[in-house]
Design a protein around this ligand. Structure first.
Ligand code: SF4
Ligand code: SF4
Length: 365
């Protein structure tokens, strides 16, 4: 797999990294199978976060004995220094390592958070201290929205890497404005949600490798991201051996899209996903969880996206997903505690209600 320098960090990373956000959804053994296969097949960058539930622990158990074969990136959402230090120490323990290659300030997506982390005694100061102590080798930042905050974070010169949402559905101005700025500043660029949080994927059982359709969308969407010369690495989330194999194969055969292929990709996405607007689609990050009422927000919004986006013959999958939800929109008391946590800026109570209505209209539920 092609490797690219991760900005000025000195790391050389494969163009496909392992996004570990989905590991909480599988068993320890399955996680171990995926991670070890990924390393065997040349993936050398693993990205996780303190708040991806047991993702860090699973990585530590599965591959800590192969620590020199991969760079580990994790993230902390702590905003003050003491909490950041505590979270970093937990990450080191979980990952069974003495160093984090890329330690990222997580979801610095609003101006308020940007001010908090830079304030005296804030998270950035703690990350700097950790770098001086050798616990952290490079400091990065992840930002889901607010182009202005992205620009300021780049211009500040405080970070060596930046992780951003960028994909064929949701390229906004990130591709044309922000990524070139990051490149000019010598920062490593890591792309989260290259498949738009799975929205560009059909369920595995519905795919037919090599015959176009949904697989063409996945392949095309990854190529769309990787052909941007200002992208170093994309980290699709993986939770099965088959997904690891597919992503590695795509990384190994990567070639930029021709003009015709690009046009075809946009046409396929248009058919597949319908009209898309930022702030209306869930990225499945799970940051809104846990809800105090137990509402399974990502699962509800996923079922809604499936019902809206899937062809008629696949809508039964949306109904299955809807029926598997144990605490749905009816339990939402509109407390709005989740609103500030959502990096996509979704009005969650409103969207929950709209999905509830959607399923009522489709079939008696
Ligand atoms: S608004 Fe609804 S979904 Fe959000 S935290 Fe409150 S009860 Fe949970
Ligand atoms: S609603 Fe927002 S916070 Fe919750 S999973 Fe979706 S994108 Fe993430």
């Amino acid at each position: 797999m092609e490797k690219r320098p991760l900005g000025r960090t000195g790391l050389q990373v494969g163009i496909i990294g392992f996004g570990a956000i989905k590991l909480p959804g599988i068993s320890e053994q399955e996680a171990s199978d995926c991670l070890n296969l990924a390393l065997d097949q040349g993936i050398n960058y693993i990205d996780t976060a303190r708040n991806y539930r047991d993702s860090e622990e699973k990585i530590g158990k599965a591959v800590a004995h192969r620590r020199d074969e991969y760079a580990i990136a994790t993230k902390s959402s702590a905003r003050d220094g003491d909490a950041m230090t505590e979270q970093l120490n937990t990450s080191l323990r979980n990952l069974r390592t003495d160093r984090i290659d890329v330690f990222q300030l997580h979801t610095v997506s609003t101006r308020d958070i940007w001010e908090q982390v830079r304030a005296p005694g804030g998270a950035y100061e703690a990350a700097l201290r950790a770098r001086e102590q050798g616990k952290v080798l490079h400091i990065g930042v992840t930002i889901h929205r607010e182009l202005q905050v992205m620009a300021e974070a780049i211009e500040s010169g405080l970070f060596e890497t930046i992780m951003l949402c960028y994909n064929a559905l949701d390229s906004e101005n990130v591709g044309t404005e922000i990524l070139p700025m990051a490149r000019a500043a010598g920062m490593g660029t890591i792309i989260m949600k290259p498949l738009s949080g799975g929205q560009l994927c059909r369920p595995l059982e519905q795919r037919t490798p090599g015959l176009g359709g949904p697989d063409a969308i996945i392949a095309g969407a990854l190529r769309f991201v990787l052909q941007n010369p200002n992208v170093d690495c994309a980290i699709p989330g993986m939770q099965s051996v088959r997904e690891v194999e597919e992503n590695v194969a795509l990384g190994e055969s990567f070639a930029p899209l021709s003009a015709e292929e690009h046009e075809e990709l946009i046409r396929l996405i248009g058919e597949f996903a319908g009209e898309y607007r930022y702030g209306q689609r869930c990225l499945r990050c799970g940051y809104c969880q846990p809800c105090p009422q137990g509402v399974q927000v990502p699962e509800v919004l996923r079922a809604g996206d499936m019902l809206r986006g899937y062809a008629e013959e696949l809508k039964h999958l949306a109904l299955d997903a809807w029926k598997a939800i144990t605490v749905g929109p009816e339990a939402c008391v509109k407390c709005e505690q989740c609103l500030d946590k959502c990096p996509a800026g979704i009005n969650i109570p409103e969207q929950l209600k709209s999905v509830q209505e959607l399923f009522k209209g489709y079939r008696e539920v």
